[in-house]
Structure formats: C-alpha cells, structure tokens
Design a protein around this ligand. Structure first.
Ligand code: NDP
Length: 310
C-alpha cells in the first residue's frame, strides 16, 4: 500500500497516542516525528509551536493542523507554507474546557475561597448561599469553546451574558457585540470569563480601564491567553482588592516566572495552562477526516483565517 507521511511535532504532546489513533483510522498514513520522517514523503503536519523554518523542509506538504484550538501559535509568522492551516475543533476538548470554567465559576459562586481561608483559621464562617440566577457571569468570546461554556453556565441557572465580534443566538445567553458595548457589558458582570483568541485586536484588550469597569469585588477567570489581559493592571487590581479574585490558567509568558507577583497574591488561583487539552481518541478522527477531504480535493474543515488571527 502506498503510504503518505504525517509529521508530528510538539514539545508537549507525546506522539504515541496520536500515531496509534491516526494510523488505525488511516492505515496508509504513517505518523512520524521530524527526525524519523523522510521530508519528501511528508504530506501532512500536526504541530504545536514548531521552530521557525520548520515547514521549509517539507516541499510536498498539503495540510497543516495545529494541535490545539488557538491559532496564535502560528498567526503572524513569516515562515508558513501556502497550504490550508486548520485547528482542532473537538467536542471533547470543549467539554473539558466547560468543566474547568464551571469549576472556577462555581468556586466563586459558592464562596469557596472564603471557606478555604476560614478553615485554615479553624473559624466557622457562614455565608448565606446565593441563587445562581442572581449571579451575573460574562463570557468574552462565544466560539467553539466559549459558546459551549456559556451554554453550560446558563444550563446551571446562572445569569449569563456573552460578548463576541458577531451576534450569536445561544439558549439563555444574552449576547453583546462590538468594542463600544464592552464597558457597559463589563459593568454588569460579577464573574468574567475570558475565552477570546489572542489576535492583534484582543492583545491587551482588558487594561486598567476595562478592569476598573467591572463592579468592585468582581472575579476574573482567564482560560484563553495571558496577553489578552494587561498583567500589571491585573496585579494592581487584585492587590488593592478592587478585583476580588482571579483564576488564571494562562499567562503572558509561560511558564510563569518564579518571582512573578501573581504567585503570592492570596486571591489568585493558578493552574499551568491545562484548562483543556487535545484528546487523541476523539480529535484524531477530525485530523483523519481532513486528510481524506484534502485527498478528494475538498476544502478542509476548521480552517483558520490568518489575516483575522483566529
Ligand atoms: P473560536 O475561534 O471558536 O471563537 C473565538 C470567539 O471570540 C468568537 O466568538 C469570536 O467572535 C470572538 N472574537 C474574536 N475576536 C474578537 C474581537 N476582536 N472582539 C470580540 N469578539 C471576538 O475560539 P474557541 O472558543 O475555540 O477558543 C478560544 C480560545 O481559547 C482559543 O483561541 C485559545 O487561545 C484558548 N484555548 C485555551 C486552552 C487552555 O487550555 N487554556 C485550550 C484551548 C483553547 P465571532 O464568533 O463573532 O467570530
């Protein structure tokens, strides 16, 4: 059987599960690490932040798939091949993200950080629980992951508002659009969830002014990209107590520097960029389907728009 090669390059994802699942679906595709691939046989690339110049080694490349949902790892690079670039769009990835967001929102909604502190002081600290519908949660970005999380939060009874570039119609989620609507949107939000892609438009979107537009004591959850939030302004807002707390999975620079002030702020929960990860058992099917589409001359699905940045 004639075989084609898919080159797999990621410093964080092991090749094994991807090789096994993709080769099981498409026996005529062999999945190889860059040092084991014959460059001329490489037709497809499954990559996460490959080094500059990576693609030039593969003249017969026909399709690139980013091993994740965010396109910022490639957007803006000047070494990209002239072939379709797609990202993963996997319901299991959206489910994993919704779990994280739900956990982080519920933790604030049920005052868990206050009980954490009280327990350490052996203090019986009663805070009367509020009903979910009284709690206003905002989701910035209503795409594959953000939309799913917003719907799940609404399903749990929270009062959910979302903000995106274009109008959305999601069950029980009030949708706002455009930069001009942002400050008024933020002024209503008690728990803000950032689920935007990092693009030239969203870099630094939440600066001192936007953080100050949130009601006093509001909480921020960032599961998108660190650089969307001005980190210095975030530290100031958290240190002063103006912002009541933050749950941060992403940072402007990762890993977060050991001496970064965010580590020691008592009202911050830090996780190391794992709110959602690519899951081979489900996402390999999508990679394989796109390979079949390209073989048949069809446009692959989930293509990213490099000019738009996501
Ligand atoms: P999508 O590309 O599907 O959706 C992006 C959403 O953001 C869309 O609703 C889009 O609006 C909106 N948006 C984009 N630019 C603007 C803007 N300038 N103003 C207003 N709204 C805007 O992304 P996903 O939901 O799949 O993922 C979101 C991000 O999550 C990813 O880009 C990635 O960075 C991050 N991520 C983080 C992970 C983690 O583990 N922490 C894991 C996976 C992803 P419209 O619909 O109108 O186009």
């Amino acid at each position: 059987m004639a075989t084609e090669t898919l080159v797999f390059a990621s410093a964080v994802d092991p090749i094994g599960p991807w090789r096994d699942t993709i080769e099981a679906i498409l026996p005529d595709v062999c999945v190889r690490a860059p040092d084991a691939a014959e460059p001329g046989a490489v037709r497809y690339a499954l990559i996460w932040k490959p080094p500059h110049g990576f693609f030039a080694r593969y003249p017969a490349l026909r399709l690139v798939t980013i091993l994740g949902a965010g396109a910022d790892a490639l957007a803006g690079r000047d070494d990209l091949p002239d072939v379709p670039i797609t990202r993963l769009s996997d319901p299991e990835m959206a489910r994993m993200m919704s779990h994280y967001v739900l956990f982080a929102v519920l933790r604030y909604a049920r005052d868990i950080p206050a009980f954490d502190v009280a327990q350490r002081e052996a203090r019986w600290h009663y805070v009367h629980p509020r009903e979910a519908r009284e709690i206003r949660v905002g989701v910035l970005g209503l795409g594959e992951l953000g939309g799913a999380a917003a719907i799940e939060l609404a399903r749990q009874g929270f009062s959910v508002r979302g903000w995106a570039r274009s109008q959305k119609h999601l069950p029980d989620v009030a949708c706002y659009t455009g930069r001009e609507a942002l400050d008024a949107f933020l002024a209503e939000i008690e728990i803000l969830v950032v689920m935007l892609p990092l693009t030239p438009e969203t870099r630094g979107l939440l600066g001192p002014g936007e953080l100050a537009a949130l009601p006093a004591g509001a909480k921020l959850i960032n599961v998108a990209r660190g650089a969307i939030v001005d980190e210095a302004a975030l530290v100031d807002a958290l240190a002063s107590g103006r912002l009541g707390g933050a749950t941060l999975d992403v940072f402007a620079r990762e890993p977060l520097d050991r001496d970064h002030p965010l580590w020691t702020l008592p009202n911050v929960l830090i996780t190391p960029h794992l709110a959602s990860v690519a899951i081979p058992a489900s996402a390999a099917r999508q990679v394989a389907d796109n390979i079949v589409r390209v073989r048949h001359g069809l446009a692959p699905l989930h293509r990213i728009d490099l000019a738009r940045g996501y």
